[in-house]
Ligand binder design. Structure first.
Ligand code: GLN
Length: 397
């Protein structure tokens, strides 16, 4: 067969995502999986019950293309209550997960040759989706420990062909919540250069230590030029549901719906009913959910710190990063991940996977949305591995 038939160049030499790869290895080896980001609890029983009841008692035929009116209204009301945004239900389009929302947005808006600014470390789906849409990714490389966005770095990456900024806030994998000055900088940058911001805000509710997420859409001049993307899977700890949404004013919102209608068209109606119910939960529920994850983060961080590991601060997401050299471990991130899955029985994610080039290679990402006993066992295994590694490298104690 003509090899040109065998796939678009974007996909031809592409490995399976690091998350799937590490989860598959964890399943094969029986390792504790602190790699791919998902909670190990069953999820909120009341929301699960609404979905189960709706499956049996309500329609299982195509819901409206843009989503059930009840869910579109619930998303708009939720953002009014929690983030002070004044969205209408018509500005919300329900998608099959946030990844579909990102794909639909890029397919709807990006024209061949358009440049899209990205901030690395970045979620691995962004780059192939941009390229498949005909866009050109321009990456602003951020570095630890602050991962700070500067005007100079933005200016250096931009050109007259720059049309979009695609960003994640709060940030996976760093656990950073963008600071007020950075949001203002990004907003001014988009307004001055007439860019559309595509904001992947799936971690918006997973913030800790009293830090709150502020949407870029709320910054001056951004209401009409922002696509805000959210995820029920993250908010309700139900990552397999793949219920997301994208919010944008017309005319952008109208275009997004056109792309969505020929991607997945609709999203399972019973899950939409349940998410609509969940979004209307009182503020206390969200506070308690955050407190639970914060306690899990604290438990993992305390355990690893006691064992001699050095971690970067994380104020959001389900992730925290370990600094390998600072922890006395003389391995790069990929070598460490490969060794610990086999030698310690723990799967984690190398940060280099989040850079298209010039990767940061001394950090690994651990997922803490797990039961206490799982975290404790992972800490014990990693502590033992670290002792062996430190002893072997001659810096032993
Ligand atoms: N968002 C998840 C993570 O960062 C991964 C999702 C996926 O595996 N596609 O771990």
């Amino acid at each position: 067969m003509n090899s040109d038939l065998l796939g678009h160049p974007v996909y031809r030499d592409m490995p399976t995502t690091i998350f799937e790869h590490m989860s598959a290895l964890a399943r094969e080896t029986g390792a504790i999986n602190l790699g791919q980001g998902f909670p190990d609890a069953p999820g909120p029983a009341d929301i699960l019950n609404v979905a189960a009841d709706a499956l049996l008692s309500r329609s299982n035929q195509y819901p409206p293309m843009a989503g059930l009116p009840e869910l579109r209204t619930a998303v708009a009301s939720h953002y009014a209550a929690h983030q002070g945004l004044a969205l209408t239900a018509q500005e919300v389009i329900v998608t099959s997960g946030a990844t579909e929302a990102i794909a639909a947005t890029l397919l709807a808006l990006v024209q061949p040759g358009d440049e899209v600014l990205l901030l690395a470390p970045l979620y691995d789906a962004y780059l192939p989706l941009i390229e498949r849409a005909g866009g050109v990714a321009k990456v602003v490389r951020l570095t630890p420990p602050e991962w700070r966005i500067t005007p100079a770095a933005l200016e250096a990456a931009a050109s007259p062909r720059t049309r979009f900024l695609l960003m994640n806030n709060p940030v996976n994998p760093t656990g950073i919540v963008l600071r007020e000055g950075e949001l203002a900088l990004l907003a001014r940058f988009c307004v001055d250069r007439d860019l559309i911001a595509i904001c992947d805000e799936v971690w918006e509710h997973l913030t800790y230590d009293g830090v709150r997420h502020h949407p870029l859409m709320a910054q001056p001049g951004m209401r009409e030029r922002t696509v805000k993307i959210g995820s029920a899977g993250k908010i309700f700890s139900l990552t397999g549901w793949k219920v997301g949404w994208m919010c944008a004013a017309p005319p952008i919102g109208t275009l997004l719906a056109r792309a969505h209608q020929f991607l997945t068209f609709t999203t399972p109606p019973n899950l939409q009913w349940a998410v609509a119910k969940g979004l209307a939960k009182p503020v206390d529920w969200f506070d308690a959910m955050r407190a639970d994850y914060q306690a899990s983060r604290d438990r993992l961080v305390a355990g690893l710190t006691d064992a001699g590991f050095v971690l970067l601060p994380s104020q959001a997401t389900w992730f925290v990063c370990v600094d390998l050299p600072a922890s006395g471990i003389a391995m790069d991130d990929v070598a460490f991940c490969e060794r610990i899955i086999h030698e310690a029985g723990v799967a984690v994610i190398p940060i280099s996977a989040f850079y298209p080039d010039e990767p940061v290679t001394h950090l690994v990402r651990l997922c803490f949305s797990k039961a206490d006993e799982v975290l404790d066992e992972a800490v014990a295994r990693l502590a033992a591995f670290r002792q062996r590694a430190v002893a072997a490298s001659g810096e032993g104690r």
